[in-house]
Write a protein that binds this ligand. Structure first.
Ligand code: 5GP
Length: 342
């Protein structure tokens, strides 16, 4: 489909259903898409309604459909957000007024006031380009997920299964080396002053303090693995993606969805009505419920940064899935943010 003339390729960072959009000029001409879909934009003649088709769209249906233009979408979302926030603020103020029994003058608001402020935060489309990784410069692969959802184990399995293909970045620490530890192998041992100055220069992808010592992985350690021709495997929290994605490392980001454990059967003496009253959810251990909730929050807030997702039902299966995803990076060009090529 790429031989069709295209103005630009974008990744959608929101989902769109024209049948629920009162503004689309003609619902039948609208193109629905999901967050994460790649869209090939064929016309931006009308800035409010671009024409586009989806990647992988059945070629038997060659017509492009209408999608909201970037500024139009940003503007109306910003307006919605401003109105919702103002309503909340108004409700809050009203409540105070009622409570203090004071009569306040009617609150008026200008929904246009905050639109510019919001537009920056509203995710619409990101321009993307195809990128084929060179055989001697493999993209680092970052596994993201809530703590204890299994990504560390998956990374360890990959590292030990093919040490000539995968490597971890050597972290930095301010603690002293132990006997048998070699500088540059287990850790890069550095002074606190040097660690802190690199940290404040934004060079660390992730860092933390443990027993009065600082630990962290910086971009140069990742680059070292890339330069050696191996695939650098990282396990990160989503907040680390900002430094990684604004570097020149072109990471490939895989979200590891935790899988809920099978529910334990209810005790035989528990009556059906009691079970219903307690709710099935309650039988999931608290820490697992928290992890599932955390994973959902991560997907909501950072999902636009993830290249793909896997559900970690069984580590053996997940390792196979990861290997086949990583193999694709060698075999097929991938869509990356166009900003990474500039
Ligand atoms: P050790 O000093 O025994 O090698 O590591 C002690 C602890 O430091 C580990 O259990 C881990 O919590 C933390 N740590 C080790 N390496 C890293 C790292 O690269 N980044 C961060 N944030 N913490 C680390």
């Amino acid at each position: 489909p790429l031989d069709r003339p295209t103005v630009m390729h974008v990744k959608a960072n929101f989902s769109y259903d024209p049948s629920e959009d009162p503004y689309v000029p003609c619902k039948e001409l609208g193109l629905s898409f999901q967050r994460g879909d790649i869209l090939h934009v064929t016309s931006q003649d009308d800035p409010n309604w671009w024409q586009a088709y989806r990647e992988g769209h059945d070629d038997q249906k060659p017509l492009a459909g209408l999608i909201p233009g970037k500024n139009f979408q940003q503007h109306r979302e910003a307006m919605k957000k401003t109105i919702t926030d103002k309503n909340e603020e108004y409700k809050g103020k009203l409540w105070c007024a009622i409570r203090s029994k004071k009569h306040r003058k009617k609150l008026l608001y200008n929904p246009n006031k905050n639109i510019e402020h919001y537009s920056e935060d509203i995710l619409t489309y990101e321009e993307v380009s195809l990128y084929q990784q060179p055989p001697d410069r493999k993209r680092p692969v970052a596994l993201i997920g809530p703590a204890n959802s299994g990504q560390d184990e998956l990374r360890q399995r990959l590292l030990s299964s093919e040490p000539e293909r995968f490597a971890a970045a050597v972290p930095h620490t301010t603690r002293s080396p132990r006997v048998h530890e070699v500088n540059g192998r287990e850790y890069n041992f550095v002074s606190r002053q040097s660690f802190e100055s690199e940290l404040s220069a934004g060079k660390f992808i992730e860092s933390g303090e443990y027993g009065n010592n600082l630990y962290g992985t910086n971009a140069d350690s990742v680059r070292q693995v890339v330069n050696s021709g191996k695939i650098c495997l990282l396990c990160l929290q989503p907040r680390s993606l900002q430094v990684l994605c604004s570097s020149d490392l072109k990471p490939y980001i895989i979200f590891i969805r935790p899988s809920p454990p099978p529910l334990s059967p209810p005790p035989p003496q528990e009556r059906f009505s009691t079970m219903l009253a307690r709710g099935v959810k309650k039988r999931m251990p608290e820490d697992v419920r928290e992890m599932m909730e955390k994973a959902r929050e991560m997907e909501d807030s950072y999902g636009h940064l993830f290249d793909t997702f896997i559900t970690n039902n069984e580590p053996e299966k997940s390792v196979c899935e990861l290997l086949s995803i990583i193999q694709k990076l060698d075999n097929e060009p991938q869509w990356i943010p166009s900003a990474w090529n500039r």
